[in-house]
Structure formats: structure tokens, C-alpha cells
Design a protein around this ligand. Structure first.
Ligand code: CAP
Ligand code: MG
Ligand code: MG
Length: 486
């Protein structure tokens, strides 16, 4: 059936959620969403799309007697379809959403609730577009990678980080020792791993105290500032805040700590709480769990791009965006690099939409300067107008090691990110400190435009890393199994 024939199949309920002649979807009234949709049951794609628009805005499965002239104005509207690719575009009057900049509310509507509908067999939210008037209602990032760069005095290269491994089981003293070794080896940034919390073998208060001690020692020895990203995820709000306050009052220098939150499992409320209570702290969104709904082979869910755009809207300072297939986790350049480019730029093409994160005209020659100077993003500038949402930094992790730094930078096409290598550092034959040095040397080689094999000729730590990470028998076991099973 062609579009006209499909329209003719709509019942009066479905017809209330479509407008293929919508004048200007980008007029500022609508948040736009693009879905891949395969209808369920006996519905055709347009019927299913209208049911999705109804269920994700004002409606249910029947026209109800109680709707009003005003409520109808809030109907989401199917406004475009691509019948070849099974794509549908839906315009959401964004005043549907909770005032006060609540991301949890939007995703409940336009994603999670509708994934359960019988009317769809596949429903993947591929991309979203926010009008400036809507962006202005959301926090956006406050403390950004630019602020961290200033604190660390690190520019023109990625922030080099690690995750302490083994993932679990070290005592707080052992844990801090590994973090110290990485720092004196030359690393900038250490993060708690995603499951690190208050475990018997590594009590939270002791972990913080030991990290502080080790940090002071490393800063003194190296003369360089360092950052530790503490996982503050917890069972409840009060415990999360208690952990944050423990860190704030630990005596660690302000800006030497970041707060990591398992955003997928702890939830958007936790993410936004941290952003609002600690605007001067780098809020680090670990996305453990995202694979359940972002992997391309998952027919129901939303993309890494959508997750990352909402993380920026919510005010995350940085979110993991994946290694574009270079590391151990699933991911592709189309998915991961598109997400990364969309969250740190002022405007970037998504899968479907071109998102601008501000109102500063693109041709404004010093707009990047204005954005960076705009310390409170929304507060007034000369013309008292709202300016932009600040950058959110891609955090690149998962199976990377010094030999993969340049391959990833080549795919990413810039160095404006934090990379955290766990095994890629602690599996080095001579341990963490040397592993960190090997990473620093791989980065130096990149900055000097020298091939790492060449550079390794007079940098033994890097030479050992190359030998170890490229040796077949050392191939990470999962990779070996994967290649054998293919
Ligand atoms: C990496 C990591 C990260 C994942 C997150 C892990 O360790 O600490 O949590 O990479 O994945 O636990 O696997 P390695 P993503 O460096 O030892 O692989 O960044 O894709 O969300
Ligand atoms: Mg705001
Ligand atoms: Mg981890």
C-alpha cells in the first residue's frame, strides 16, 4: 500500500495522531523523534505509528469521552514516514513534559512505556531533536571537560585514565596503591569501576581516605594535578549524598574528584540530582546496562546517540560513548562516533536530525569562545539571551590498550575525550606504573606523529606493551573465542 492508501486505513482514534502536512516541525513547539518501527499484530505501519504517538502523548487504545479541545493540542503527531526503511517521525509538543527540566519524564513517555505495546514488533528510537526553546528548560552540563583540562593543565590530547582492576576484591589500601601507581606512571585520571560501592573488603570511607592519601603522594611526586572519579551510586538518595559529602569533606582538593554514577541502573533522578547539587563537580555517567536497549541488533530500545543526547540534556559532564568497535564492547563508528560528536559539539549531524545545542548563530566567529566563557551557560550574556548547552565529554573505555589509542583517535577524528584503560594498563607484564607509562608514550607518539613501533625503539615500556598486547597468545580470551566462533 502507498501512503494515501495507508492513511485511508486509519480509524478516527488513530487519525487524531497524524498530520502529514505539519507546517514546520522545527518551529520550536515540538521535540522531534525518529523511530524504526515494525508493526505488530494485524496493524500496518501507519496504524501502529499512530497508536505509538497516542500512547506516548495523550491517548490510549480508544478515543475517550473525556478528551478536551486543549488536550487534543498535546497529541503527538506522526508527520513523516519512510515506508522503504520502516522509519516514522513523530512530533511531540514538548510542553507535554514535566516542567523544570526532567529527563526521566520524557524517556518514560517516548521510550520505555511504548516498548511494551502489542502494536509494535520492533520499535527503536534512533534519534531525537530538541528545539532551542526546549533546550533552555534543561540544565545541561555545568562543570565540563574544558574545566577539567584547565585543572589538569592538559590540552591537545585525550585525558589518559584507567579503571582499577581487578574489578572487585582489592582492599582499600591495595586499591589506592594501584591508583597511585597509575598516577606516578603518568596517568591523569582514575575511575572507580561500575560495581564499586561499599563492599566489606573495601569500605567506602576507607577507600576515600586511602585514595586521598595516595593522590596527595602522587601529586607531590609528579608535581601534576590528578583526578579520581568516585562511584557514588547507592541504594537511596541519602546514601548517595552521604558518599558525595564524604568525598567533598575528605580534604581532597576541589576538582580533583569527579562523581561517577551508574546512570542506567541508578536512574535519571540520580544523574540530575548530582548535576543540581554539585554544579562544580564533573558528573561521570557510566552506562552499564545500556546494551540491553542500544545494541543495533536489539529491535526494541533506543540508540547510543539518543542515550548520549539525553545525558547532555540532563547535565552530565561526560558519558561513555563506546570504542566504535576498536575495543572489547559491541559498537560501530556509525553508532559510537556519531554519539560522541553529538555531545561535545555545538552542532552535529545525528542519525536523522542535525542538532544545534545553542542559539548562537553558526556563523558567529567567536561562538566557541563565547560558549567556553559562558560559565553558567544559561545566565545572561550581553544581550540577556539564553546561549547554549555546554559540551558533554565522550568517555572512551572497554578493551583499549596503548596499541589501540591511535586507531581509536583516527576513528574519532579528534582527541577531545577521556579514555580509561583497565586491562590495557594493569595487564602490562611489568604492572600498573609501567602500563601507565606505556600509555603516556603511546600518546606522545601520536602527538609527535610517530608510529608507535618506531617510538617504542627507545621507549621500553611501550615496546613491552606492544609485544604483550599484540602477541596472539595474549589476545584477550573473549576476542580469541569470538574470532574462533565466527
Ligand atoms: C573497562 C570497563 C568499563 C567498560 C564500560 C569494564 O575495563 O571498566 O566499565 O568499558 O564499557 O568494566 O569493562 P577494561 P563502555 O578497560 O579493562 O576493558 O565504556 O562501552 O560503556
Ligand atoms: Mg537551565
Ligand atoms: Mg568497568
Amino acid at each position: 500500500m502507498n501512503l494515501q492508501e495507508l492513511i485511508a486505513t486509519l480509524n478516527s482514534h488513530q487519525a487524531a495522531y497524524i498530520n502529514m502536512d505539519l507546517k514546520d516541525p522545527t518551529n520550536g513547539d515540538y521535540m522531534l523523534a525518529a523511530f524504526h518501527l515494525i508493526p505488530g499484530g494485524k496493524l500496518n505501519i501507519l496504524q501502529a505509528a499512530c497508536e505509538v504517538a497516542a500512547e506516548s502523548s495523550t491517548g490510549t487504545n480508544f478515543l475517550v469521552q473525556t478528551e478536551t479541545a486543549y488536550s487534543k493540542l498535546l497529541n503527538a503527531l506522526v508527520y513523516k514516514v519512510d515506508l522503504e526503511k520502516n522509519l516514522v517521525w513523530i512530533a511531540y509538543p514538548w510542553r507535554l513534559f514535566d516542567r523544570g527540566g526532567n529527563v526521566q519524564n520524557i524517556l518514560t513517555y517516548i521510550a520505555w512505556n511504548i516498548f511494551g505495546m502489542k502494536e509494535i514488533q520492533a520499535l527503536k528510537l534512533l534519534d531525537v531533536w530538541f528545539p532551542p526553546a526546549m533546550l533552555e528548560q534543561y540544565d545541561g552540563p555545568s562543570y565540563t571537560l574544558d574545566d577539567m583540562r584547565k585543572y589538569l593543565n592538559v590540552y591537545d590530547r585525550p585525558i589518559l585514565g584507567t579503571i582499577v582492576k581487578p574489578k572487585m576484591g582489592l582492599t582499600s589500601a591495595e586499591y589506592a596503591e594501584v591508583a597511585y601507581d597509575f598516577r606516578v606512571g603518568g596517568g591523569d585520571f582514575v575511575k572507580n569501576d561500575e560495581p564499586q560501592a561499599d563492599q566489606d573488603f573495601c569500605p567506602y570511607d576507607k577507600m576515600v581516605a586511602h585514595i586521598k592519601e595516595a593522590m596527595d603522594k602522587a601529586v607531590k611526586e609528579t608535581g601534576k594535578k590528578k583526578v579520581h572519579s568516585f562511584n557514588v551510586s547507592a541504594a537511596d538518595y541519602d546514601t548517595m549524598i552521604k558518599r558525595c559529602e564524604m568525598i567533598v569533606n575528605s580534604g581532597m582538593e576541589k576538582w580533583s574528584y569527579a562523581f561517577l554514577i551508574d546512570g542506567t541502573t541508578a536512574g535519571w533522578m540520580a544523574v540530575q540530582t548530582l548535576r543540581r547539587k554539585y554544579p562544580d563537580v564533573f558528573i561521570h555517567f557510566h552506562r552499564a546496562g545500556h546494551g540491553a536497549f542500544t545494541r543495533p541488533e536489539n529491535p526494541i530500545g533506543y540508540s547510543v546517540l539518543v542515550l548520549s543526547k539525553f545525558a547532555r540534556l540532563a547535565g552530565t559532564s561526560g558519558i561513555h560513548t563506546g570504542t566504535a568497535g576498536v575495543g572489547k564492547m559491541a559498537g560501530t563508528p556509525e553508532e559510537d562516533v556519531t554519539a560522541a560528536h553529538n555531545i561535545f559539539g555545538l552542532d552535529a549531524p545525528g542519525h536523522i536530525f542535525q542538532q544545534s545545542w545553542g542559539t548562537i548563530p553558526t556563523n558567529d566567529e567567536d561562538r566557541v569562545k563565547k560558549v567556553q566563557e559562558d560559565h553558567h551557560q544559561h545566565l545572561t550574556k550581553e544581550d540577556d539571551s539564553w546561549r547554549n548547552l555546554k559540551k558533554c565529554c565522550p568517555i572512551i573505555s572497554g578493551g583499549l590498550n596503548p596499541t589501540l589509542l591511535k586507531p581509536f583517535i583516527d576513528v574519532m577524528e579528534n582527541v577531545d575525550f577521556i579514555t580509561t584503560m583497565g586491562a590495557g594498563c594493569h595487564a602490562h607484564p611489568r604492572g600498573t606504573k609501567v602500563g601507565a607509562t606505556a600509555l603516556v608514550q603511546a600518546c606522545e607518539a601520536y602527538q609527535k606523529g610517530i608510529d608507535i613501533a618506531e617510538y617504542a625503539k627507545d621507549h621500553i615500556e611501550l615496546a613491552e606493551a606492544i609485544e604483550f598486547f599484540t602477541k596472539k597468545e595474549n589476545k584477550d580470551v573473549r576476542h580469541a573465542e569470538r574470532t574462533e566462533s565466527n
